[in-house]
Write a protein that binds this ligand. Sequence first.
Ligand code: ATP
Length: 233
Amino acid sequence: MLEVTDLDVSYGEARALWGVSLDIHANEIVSIVGVNGAGKSTLVNTIAGLLRPAAGRIRMDGKDISRVPSHLICEHGVAVVPEGRRILPHMTVQDNLDLGAYRHGARASRTKRLAWIHSLFPILHDRRHQAAGTLSGGEQQMLAIGRALMSDPKLLLLDEPSLGLAPVIVDTIFDVVTQLRESVSVCLVEQDINRALGISTRGYVLQEGRIVLADSSQKLLANDDVRRACLGV
Ligand code: ATP
């Protein structure tokens, strides 16, 4: 479904990704793990159309999306939950969710999708009339995921969903992400290798802008090199 081939990305003169290749199939959860600065957000932001690759190709269902700008990427079935969530704090929870449904094809199924998202995260129904900025960090992460799902994506890119959240909240969010696999593929970018590899089928280890290991999540979890690359132990 998603194919990334030989991707090079730079910030000015500084290269951040070197020949990155990966693929994600339908109904898969795939982890991308690595330490701070390994290039995880750069990879997500490039797939999301926020950064232009210097070289390489990104294809979604065979179509080249390497140069599709971020505001049109959802038309290709890709939805992003960025690091830091970026919800609109003064708008209500409901209005934030509705923003996710602006994609042309998603408007018709809005009511059905909303009911599904409320069933995944009941708190978003209970708090639907509240300003989003009054939600806790965990609830805001749920809202950011719900908003992305409103666009009816085939692929959900999650950038560090556990960042800054209490373990019990992370458990709830990861339980829901596990359930999503029936409806959508997930690319899970995380520093928490145990949690990410614990719910994904496959994983890639990113180190200094390069993919250094790719394997089943089970094998990566048992591999000491992964701990060395991701935790420095
Ligand atoms: P984190 O977990 O801290 O977000 P990461 O694995 O997502 O780390 P990136 O944020 O993609 O890593 O950073 C990869 C490299 O690119 C790092 O060396 C970083 O300093 C550099 N970088 C990231 N954003 C910029 C930018 N806007 N301008 C210049 N260099 C950047």
